[in-house]
Unconditional design. Structure first.
Lengths: 876, 112
């Protein structure tokens, strides 16, 4: 009697069920005949004998029914029956079905979209071989608190020699390089990498060869690997490019190969070149320039590798205290590093869609409940005919699952569109956005979310409906009878929960929106109107000395100043408002302070910088043309620096150096106002300015003020650069307005999405409150009729209904405020100049919620006042 | 349900065992099975049709009995049930279990 044999027989019986049915019926007939025969034999009248036999046999239908249950697969058949019954029911009430389906589609669609984005961006392994074993090996030094640094070559060599955790270690440094020939010069994003770099990722060039260790010593001269994108864009995907030379930074580089498409680490790289370590850096332990990646050996847990690195760091700190007595080597998985930017906002969005889904479920739950109450009599009849509570529960759940699946199908379509929209609108630099595709997993997620939603919105109503009193429902002929008290309390609970959830959503998006507005209004201390900016990098091969760089800068400034369309032009070494800063380690001991080492933001500028950007001079003077090579080295400091290190003193004339080893101190000649020049949300740091002509740099950022059309001005900018060096590409040309807009692209995107979810939540809540209040008015029609008959004014009836809505909304609002206070702390890191518990926001959102509640109950309340007492009473 | 004359229900599963037992010595139709049980038990055990036929269907599904149409002694069409080898084996096990349970109950009734 094996399980399989039995299943097979069941299946065969199922196929022959018609025959089985006929056999059984025939058998029972024969049985009755035999019984009747016996009755006759014992002396009964033939007719009577026949009826007696029927009586003794009993309910034949039920017997057949029970027998049938042992054939086939009764559980499955029941489900199929419930599904057909459910579909018929849903078709019969199209209004209910449409509203419930659309509501669920909204909730399921939004949560599926965000969840599949979270899945791709945060959860899915990076698209590299064994990516879970890839880690960053950072340096944290007391000299640069709050920064993570690469490794210095001597430290890296010690790590390689002493550690056992890594299979491979590799380094990279990102650098802009200029490509010329084959069209306009173009600035490329390149990385100088160790020869082990591609092996670490398990990547091989699609054409040509990988780097070899000899390439670092330039045995074959300079070689380069092109990214697939660059190869297609600039070289038409021509395979014969391998072995030919391209001109990078005015030097020929032989193309060794082409990287596979899809590989562009680090961050959309155009080309890779072998690293070339200057002899000085081979011994300098403080040159933490080489960003290091490690691939853990199989089976080595992260924590074990980290503790080994802690040991090595401690040993090095002990061995070389003069370099850094407190050095640390924290490991960060590449996965964490790659997704860090998107994580907080994705989690906030995930929370928001979760709430939206709950609101949608609460709404549908309420709809199902109302419908169930209308069907109370049908259910009572089925119970009376012998359906168990479990069976009816089963059937009601199947119905809500059907509803959820239909909603889920619409939601999946919504989710696919949503993911595409997200991809199109996400701010530049959002992690792994290029990997976002609509995939089967989206559908799977939609299915799971739908099933959960179906159970979530069906279970409570089903339990409640089947608990309602059987006899009461049959006896009642009036639909206007009042529902049992507990039914009402579930409905109230659902609405209160909806209000609370919607309020939390509302508070979250209101906080984000305000933070966004404050960010845009943030005073940077800079005058940025009509400013244009562009960036260029001087190739080392041509501008190999400070003198040549100096000459270039002087000529460029002159070329810019002679263009009539520019009312001002300045040069600096660091971009404005993009989040990047140039910092140096600073030892306050040189100023006689006992404070710990810190970082100092440094910026090299041309003399007009302060005037053009409207930075106030507080003391002393700004730079002038005489502050150039050969003259006394000078510096300006900002107010923050003056306050901190020269309290009550005059900083003018004091020497400024970074530490005791600094042999060329600059003289402080002035103090200028603080600015937020690295970003709108970056508080002013300690900062020092130096004349760019005394400190030339290969990275040059141009700022010009122009009132002509930006496109024309940018063309002028490019012409000015080419008039000095025709091979220099100007990149990242934008108006300062665009720069600012890009710098807030992420918070703006997040604010928009949250606001959309909040509005959707608010709308669903409005519908929910409307549903509950109008249902309750319908239930109380008779009561209203009596009140009117007894002379109640319509105002007091209005008040009666509205009061009910206000009580529900107030309860929900209190719960929502408590929830907001608890949850908004999680948003704190994403908020600018607004507290998570901002009272104005909380009160404002609650007021809006109350208005929505009142608006939603206005129509049903009006309906209550128009009840015709005669009709209401006759309704019985 | 098999009821004894005092309308007390028997242990669950007993009916199926009784049915198998009546088929031990050859085929019978449903009515015959009910009659046989009643007869042997001296009318103590009355088999209701409402229980008998579902039980027979279950035995069919489990593969313990086979059914085929035949002609009865008085020339009526009747559906005859026969034990399958699996049914014979099952009957053996059940009878053994039953003996053990009855003996145990008897011991309890004597001593407790």
């Amino acid at each position: 009697m094996s399980f399989l044999g039995q299943a097979w027989r069941r299946f065969m019986f199922l196929l022959r069920r018609g025959q089985m049915d006929r056999d059984l019926a025939e058998e029972l007939r024969q049985h009755a005949a035999l019984k009747a025969q016996k009755n006759v034999a014992s002396g009964m009248d033939p007719d009577e004998a026949h009826y007696a036999a029927q009586r003794q046999i009993g309910n034949v239908t039920r017997m057949m029914e029970e027998s049938r249950q042992s054939w086939g697969f009764p559980a499955l058949e029941r489900v199929w029956q419930d599904i057909r019954y459910g579909l018929r029911g849903l078709r019969k009430s199209p209004g209910f079905t449409t509203v419930a389906m659309l509501t669920l589609a909204l909730g399921i669609g939004a949560s599926t979209a965000i969840f599949s984005i979270v899945n791709t961006v945060l959860l899915r392994p990076l698209p590299y071989k064994d990516s879970s074993r890839l880690v960053h090996v950072w340096t944290v030094s007391s000299m640069f608190p709050e920064f993570t640094l690469g490794q210095s070559i001597p430290n890296l060599q010690d790590i390689e020699a002493r550690s056992h955790s890594f299979e491979t270690l590799a380094t990279y440094e990102v650098r802009a390089r200029n490509l010329i020939g084959n069209g306009e010069p173009e600035q490329l994003r390149t990385a100088e990498v160790s020869s082990s770099f591609l092996a670490l990722f398990g990547v091989h060039p699609v054409v040509g060869r990988d780097f070899r260790s000899e390439d670092e010593q330039r045995k074959d001269g300079d070689v380069v690997l092109l990214s697939y994108g660059l190869w297609q864009r600039r070289f038409g995907g021509d395979g014969s490019i391998v072995g030919k030379a391209i001109m990078l930074d005015q030097k020929p580089w032989t193309v060794a190969g082409v990287l596979p498409s899809g590989f562009s680490f680090p961050g959309n790289i155009d080309a890779l070149v072998p690293r070339e370590i200057p002899p000085g850096n081979l011994r300098e332990r403080q040159a933490w320039l080489y960003i290091t990646l490690g691939k853990l050996r199989p089976g080595v847990p992260f924590a074990m590798a980290q503790s080994e690195m802690n040991g090595i760091a401690a040993a090095l700190a002990h061995q070389y205290p003069q370099d850094d007595g407190s050095i640390q080597f924290p490991l960060v998985t590449l996965q964490d590093a790659a997704t860090r930017n998107g994580k907080p906002q994705l989690l906030a969005l995930l929370g928001a869609v979760g709430f939206l889904l709950l609101i949608a479920c609460a709404n549908v739950s309420n709809l199902v409940l109302s419908r169930g109450l209308q069907r109370q009599r049908e259910i009572a009849v089925r119970t009376a005919l012998g359906a168990s509570r479990r069976r009816i529960l089963h059937q009601l759940l199947i119905e809500s699952l059907l509803l959820a699946m239909a909603g889920g199908a619409a939601g999946a379509v919504l989710a696919i569109a949503g993911v595409r929209l997200f991809r199109a609108l996400a701010p530049a630099g959002f992690p792994r956005i290029e990997e976002l595709h609509t995939e089967p997993v989206t559908l799977l997620i939609a299915l799971i979310v739908s099933a959960l939603a179906g159970i979530l919105c069906g279970l409570a109503p089903a339990l409640t409906i089947t608990r309602a009193h059987l006899n009461l429902s049959i006896r009642d002929t009036s639909a206007a009878s009042s529902a049992p008290a507990h039914l009402f309390s579930l409905r109230s609970f659902l609405v209160v929960a909806e209000v609370a959830l919607a309020l939390i959503l509302l508070t979250g998006s209101a906080l984000m929106a305000q933070s966004m507005m404050r960010l845009l209004r943030a005073d940077t201390g800079l005058t940025t109107d009509h400013l244009l900016t562009g960036e260029l990098t001087l190739p080392k091969a041509l501008y190999d000395s400070k003198d040549s760089q100096h000459l270039f800068l002087e000529r460029l400034l002159q070329a810019l100043q002679t263009q009539a369309q520019f009312s001002g032009a300045v040069l600096t070494n660091t971009p404005l408002l993009t989040g990047s800063v140039t910092v140096t380690s600073f030892d306050p001991a040189v100023l006689g302070s006992s404070e710990k080492k810190t970082t100092l933001e440094i910026r090299s500028v041309t003399p007009d910088y302060f005037l053009m950007l409207g930075i106030r001079v507080q003391q002393g003077r700004i730079f002038n043309e005489r502050d150039t090579t050969g003259a006394l080295s000078v510096a300006l400091i900002n107010e923050a620096m003056a306050r901190r290190f020269f309290p009550g003193e005059d900083p003018l004339g004091k020497p400024l150096k970074f530490d005791d080893d600094d042999k060329t101190p600059s003289q402080i000649v002035g103090v200028v106002a603080d600015t937020r020049d690295s970003g709108l949300n970056a508080p002013p740091r300690l900062q020092a300015y130096f004349p760019i002509l005394q400190n030339p740099s290969e990275r040059v950022h141009i700022l010009v003020r122009s009132s002509v059309d930006p496109a024309a001005a940018i063309a002028g900018l490019q012409r000015a650069v080419w008039s000095v060096d025709k091979n220099l590409p100007l990149s990242k040309t934008r108006t300062m307005g665009e720069v600012i807009s890009e710098s807030v692209a992420e918070p703006r995107f997040r604010t928009w999405l949250l606001s959309i979810f909040a509005i959707a939540g608010l709308t669903l809540t409005l519908i929910g409150i409307y549903g509950v209040i109008s249902y309750s008015v319908r239930q109380r029609t008779r009561e209203m009729g009596i009140r009117i008959a007894l002379g109640a004014q319509s105002g007091s009836l209005l008040g009666l209904v509205l009061r009910q809505a206000v009580v529900l909304a107030l309860t929900g609002a209190v719960a929502g405020i408590i929830g907001s206070l608890l949850l908004m702390r999680l948003l704190a890191s994403q908020l600018f100049e607004i507290k998570p518990g901002d009272p104005v926001t909380l009160i404002g959102a609650s007021l809006l919620m109350m208005i929505v509640a009142l608006a939603a109950s206005w129509l049903p309340a009006r309906r209550a006042t128009r009840v015709d007492p005669m009709i209401a009473l006759r309704d019985e | 349900m098999v009821r004894s004359a005092g309308k007390n229900e028997l242990l669950p599963g007993t009916l199926e065992m009784l049915v198998l037992q009546t088929l031990k010595n050859g085929r019978r139709h449903g009515y015959g099975i009910a009659q046989r049980i009643q007869e042997i038990s001296d009318d103590v055990l009355q088999v209701e049709e409402g229980s008998l036929y579902p039980a027979l269907q279950r035995l069919l599904v489990k593969g313990l009995v086979k059914a085929e149409w035949g002609t009865s002694e008085n020339n009526r069409r009747a559906r005859y049930y026969t034990l399958t080898p699996a049914g014979r084996k099952e009957l053996g096990t059940e009878a053994e279990n039953f003996d053990r349970v009855v003996a145990a109950i008897a011991r309890v009734m004597r001593t407790a």
